[in-house]
Design a protein around this ligand. Structure first.
Ligand code: FES
Ligand code: FES
Length: 156
């Protein structure tokens, strides 16, 4: 069945079953492999994208549920003001280790900052708790989010 979806400001028509997870449409149909597969069960956060600005696990989001919503992936996070600050802070703080989880981490962090320019430690923990990092970069992630909030002139 054909679905029309909006990804990173572009409209795509894809011919897949309605229960196909958004993750596989992005990766296998559209060739956008920045969004990662980790667990396929909404347990790790590696597959996080934005759906109308909300951090969403694409591995459990069927394509038929998307409708007219705007999808943003890691490939276009740099087009968001919050995404620019998050990317810069990630580099400054040298957050990344193996990198596998980091697309999802950045998508969750940028959604947080876009909706909450003054996140407390508790806000950060709540927003990021579903993103697992096997390399244990959690402390640097928290510091980077704080830096990004301050750098954007919106932080505390
Ligand atoms: S792959 Fe989606 S949450 Fe793990
Ligand atoms: S940087 Fe390796 S899993 Fe997070």
């Amino acid at each position: 069945m054909a679905f029309t979806i909006k990804v990173n400001g572009h409209t795509h028509s894809v011919d897949v079953d309605g229960d196909t997870p958004l993750l596989w449409v992005l990766r296998d149909v559209l060739g956008m492999t920045g969004t990662k597969f980790g667990c396929g069960m909404a347990l790790c956060g590696a597959c996080t994208v934005h759906v109308d600005g909300i951090a969403t696990r694409s591995c459990i989001t069927p394509i038929e549920s998307i409708g007219n919503s705007a999808i943003t992936t890691i490939e276009a996070v740099g087009a968001m003001a919050a995404g620019v600050e998050i990317q810069k802070a990630w580099l400054d703080r040298e957050v990344v280790q193996c990198g596998y989880c980091q697309s999802g981490q950045i998508m969750s962090a940028s959604a947080l900052l876009a909706s909450n320019p003054h996140p407390t430690d508790s806000d950060i923990d709540d927003a990021m708790s579903g993103n697992i990092c096997r390399c244990g970069t959690y402390l640097r992630i928290r510091e980077a989010i704080k830096q990004a909030a301050q750098s954007s002139g919106q932080g505390g």
